[in-house]
Design a protein. Sequence first.
Length: 734
Amino acid sequence: MAVRRDKRQLRWVGTAALALAAALLLWLGASAALIGTTMATDERTLLWDLLGPRLPLLVLSGALLVAGGAALVQAAYQRWIAAPARLLEQAKAQMTVDRPAPLKPPGQGLGDPTLRELGILVDALLQNRRRLRDDVEAQVAEGSRRVEQERARLAALMSELTQSVVVCNLDGRVLLYNNRARLQFKTLSDAPQLAGGAELIGLGRSIYAVFDRQLVAHALDNIRQRLARGAQSPSAQFVTVTKSGQLLRAQMAAVRDPGDSQSPQRSLGGFVLLLDNITRDYERDAAQDTLLLGLTEGQRASLGNMQAAVEILDDATLEPATRERFLRVVRDEATRMSAQLQALATRSAEGLKTRWPLEDMLGSDFVAAALRRIGPLGVRTGTLEVDPALWLKVDSFALLQAVATLAQRLIDEFEVKALQLRLQPHADARGRAQLDLVWSGQVMSTETVMAWESEPMKAAGSASALSVRDVMQRHGGEFWFERDRARHQAFFRFLLPLAEADTEPDAEADLHAESRPEYYDFDLFAAAESQHALDDRRLVELAYTVFDTETTGLQPAEGDEIIQIGAARIVNGKLLRQESFEQLVDPQRSIPEAGIPIHGIRPEMVKGQPTITAVLPAFHTYARDTVLVAHNAAFDMRFLQLKEQATGLRFEQPVLDTLLLSAVVHPNQESHRLEHIAERFGITVVGRHTALGDAMVTAEVFLKLIPLLADMGIHTLGQARAAAQKTWFARLKY
């Protein structure tokens, strides 16, 4: 939105024009009174008779004189006040830019050489400052190289750990988490496909969104008591049920305050949580307990009946008919026990099938492992076609055992001398891979293949209760025998699932994010929950959700709807790109053709997407405990407010508007459009008019505005909101 005349300029020029008019009137009145005192009565009458009819002309000439004076005042204001002020604002903005662009001194059109020279001098100073800062940054980078190496090692270690790790300060605010924790919290989310778990975990977020505060406090008290007794590395464990019904086991360890490393009574600075989802383990253990109970309780009655029958059968005087009846009891109970044992064995085998999870494995790695497994069986091994790009989703242990079992039987029963493996994509719609165990020589009957497939696996001294068929059922795959008459070969074929492609949207792919996500911020150890209101909190201390919406139109009160929401978080003065929120929304109405070239969202893109009543609860949770930030926030907030009744949600947290804050910081600039502000700050605009792209740019602009607000004495949230409300833009309503 462009502003051609600042409100302060209009007020200044108007005041100056009124003052000039008042001065002229005062001068004319005083002059007329002075001249009148020197004239006789008849002279004054004659003068009035001459001037009276021409009084309108005198008033008109006076008005023209005042208008001319106002124009001169405005020109003077533009040249001597507004132009230097704009130059000053540009220079301040360039002070925050890494690579300052040459200034465009206002006033060049007024022919002001002094202002142009001043702009050239400021440019030179800015460039010199950049060179000095580059030198300092180079020295700092050299000095911190080893620290960065340790940081990279930490990031790599945390990223590759197979256990979920979360580090919190004493307020329960998350300081560090790894990718495993991020994926685990996604499974705990009420809306995993919308927010991807980002509403539950993130830097600066509270762990109490998942865990009961009293439970964590109890574990911390136990650790403190053990510390007081002199324990060096105390820990505590607890199990809890999440809101989504998942059973989590947490092991808590203390993070000691590094202030006095020699004192055994160092206070706690925070805690580490190692998390395991034991829901399946619990269910499996419960099933095993049920099996054991069934084995004991289910057989007790049968054993009692059989024992009683045997005792009676010991009687030599027992009549034949009676003996036969009791023998029938023994046979029936034995049959019943046999059936029960078979059923229990089947259920136990089913549990064995699902004991080991399917994991992603590079197909060529599996082929290499299989060759190493069957090589010692005394057969020549090799490979045919192996696609190096295939990733399998397999239980590698069970599948290797199946391949080795078949190889062992081929060697033992058909004296096969050479075996080869082949791995290729399978041409079906389910996206599977085909693994072939190939040999040349004698073929076999279908009955033999079926027998091998259904019998328990044995190979190289190892045995399993599972069969090849069980393994394939575990993988949801298929298995068969096939002949290749043209090549005089035969092979067993396994159809196996491929590892799923990463379906989570890479929200930062077009935003130049770093290759490794930053999931930690130890500066938050120093943060503590403040007892005063948010308005008294410093801007640099707060956490923010910076968001943007794309809509079907510009009239929320007339039926326009949200079609996309994008958001990112700022914590501890850092933009957390990897903790973003982006979701298309089905507006359940048409999208006007005129808006499609702007936001690029077509009707087929939102068809089948969640509606706003499903998306807003996830976004509401994502934005919890933060200050909302948007550009022209009145527009976006109006759309959210109109959905309060339908969703039962209220966004009651404070809101900051970068449009208003830009007008506070740069009141003399002609435009406060988002792209123009970004240009002033040297921010690259990527993904303009996409919800997440605009949210990211708005977040970067906001981070640039905070130090400029501080230079004006605006340090707290309350001060920023009050200053924003005094701008002309605060009058905008939707």
